[in-house]
Ligand binder design. Structure first.
Ligand SMILES: Nc1ncnc2c1ncn2[C@@H]1O[C@H](COP(=O)(O)OP(=O)(O)OP(=O)(O)O)[C@@H](O)[C@H]1O
Ligand SMILES: [Mg+2]
Length: 246
């Protein structure tokens, strides 16, 4: 279980101090598929970065399975079972896709066949990619899919995906939905947190959290939240209506 208690994240810009996340408290239960949605710039990626340890909160505490991880590094959190697929994945010069998957799985001897199965799940023809270097020669969509494959390979307690659909073509998107549906049905002592604007991903959720202007605007079971989001032209539109502090 992940608990965020009164989390704030402030940054300094030209106009002074700016609150990106504002006194946000949230509990994510185990065995749940949770989707965070909300308008651009609302603070979703920042929240994911705070959970993964890429950034540290200015105030507040983060607990994972009862342990205070507020000051824990990315590696320490990864060892506890938190893994994160970035909205914009990182490229690793000199590292092959196979190395990256082996590193993720924590198995130096992960077989090529096993590695290929992860790539196939995200719609990549494995043999074409397994020995490719994770560098600038990969397209944005390819890189994104490789990143998702590494999170699958990790198979950790809490898997966080930031806009997995971004840059993924429609055909692969269908496959991706199936991957997430499969993950949803295989949840066991783990949870999945996805940041997404996509109705089809929202539709898989057990629970939906709407974040706008650094705060939670709505949270609850999909059955309760989704109809309200779909009642307007898009989920983003309804979130905009929250801006301005309504
Ligand atoms: N280090 C920083 N310095 C200044 N501003 C920042 C910093 N980090 C985030 N922001 C700002 O905080 C806001 C929230 O950013 P964030 O990336 O979390 O939004 P988001 O909800 O993920 O949006 P999107 O849907 O577009 O991905 C944005 O206005 C962004 O410009
Ligand atoms: Mg984002």
């Amino acid at each position: 279980m992940l608990t965020l208690e009164h989390i704030s994240f402030d940054v300094q810009d030209e106009s002074g101090e700016k609150g990106i996340i504002k006194d946000l408290s949230l509990t994510l239960d185990d065995n749940k598929f949770i989707v965070i949605t909300g308008p651009n710039g609302g603070g979703k990626s920042t929240l994911a970065r705070l959970i993964a340890g890429v950034a540290k909160p200015t105030a507040g505490k983060i607990y994972f399975d009862g342990k205070d991880i507020t000051e824990a590094s990315i590696t320490e959190r990864a060892n506890l079972g938190i893994s994160f697929a970035f909205q914009q994945p990182v490229r690793f010069k000199g590292v092959q896709v196979l190395d990256l998957l082996r590193l993720a799985a924590g198995k130096k001897n992960l077989s090529v066949a096993e590695a290929c199965s992860y790539l196939s799940e995200v719609g990549l023809c494995a043999k074409d990619y397994i020995n490719r270097e994770v560098n600038a020669s990969l397209s944005g969509g390819e890189l994104k899919r490789i990143e998702i494959a590494t999170v699958l390979a990790r198979g950790t307690k809490l898997s966080i995906f930031d806009e997995p659909e971004a840059g993924i073509d429609l055909w692969s998107f269908q496959n991706l939905i199936q991957v997430f549906e499969k993950m949803r049905s295989a949840i066991h002592d783990s949870s999945i947190l996805i940041i997404s604007h996509q109705e089809r991903i929202l539709d898989i959720a057990d629970e939906i959290v709407v974040i706008a202007d650094g705060a939670i605007r709505e949270q609850g079971p999909k059955e309760k939240i989704l109809p309200g989001l779909l009642g307007t032209a898009s989920a983003v539109d309804v979130c905009r209506s929250f801006e301005g502090g309504n």
